[in-house]
Design a protein around this ligand. Structure first.
Ligand code: FEO
Length: 161
């Protein structure tokens, strides 16, 4: 595998683990706000992110590449509202999509068809991730200002397994 592609994939392992960390922070915020449905949703999301990281980790090892397990950045804990929390997640997903596209570009430039094929799964996944996070922002924007509506929304959101 081309050095640049391997480095980008390595960095992405770290970014996916950071995503898990970020979502755990959002889950914690919602737990502390007595919104267990949202807390559960973001905890499930944190678990998914760890799966994303492991997918790339395993792909690199399968290709006989090394995996760097760099330190994961700290998550700042100053969320001020449910809307800010869900917007943070939405912004992050757009950032992650951009990073996946960068790896795809590098793989395409190197005619690394295997990595492009591997990354197709992430391209599709990011479409779903962006749709879900946008959906969440829309719902909280519509209903989040009213405590009773937020309570009902929390019940709905909490049904995600
Ligand atoms: Fe692993 Fe939410 O992207």
């Amino acid at each position: 595998m081309n050095k640049k592609v391997a480095e980008l994939l390595n960095a992405q392992v770290n970014k996916e683990f950071y995503s898990a960390y970020l979502y755990l922070g959002i889950s914690k915020y919602f737990t502390q706000q007595n919104l267990p449905g949202f807390a559960s949703w973001y905890k499930v999301q944190a678990e998914e992110e760890q799966e994303h990281a492991m997918k790339i980790y395993e792909y690199l090892l399968d290709q006989d590449e090394d995996v760097t397990l760099a330190s994961i950045a700290e998550v700042k804990a100053d969320l001020k509202s449910p809307l800010e929390a869900v917007k943070e997640a939405d912004k992050h997903e757009h950032y992650i999509t951009g990073e996946i596209v960068k790896i795809m570009d590098a793989a395409a430039e190197d005619k690394d068809y295997r990595t492009q094929l591997f990354l197709n799964w992430f391209i599709t996944e990011q479409e779903e991730e962006e749709r879900n996070s946008k959906d969440m922002v829309i719902k909280v924007e519509m209903l989040g200002n009213d405590k009773k509506n937020l309570y009902l929304l929390d019940k709905e959101v909490g049904s995600r397994k």
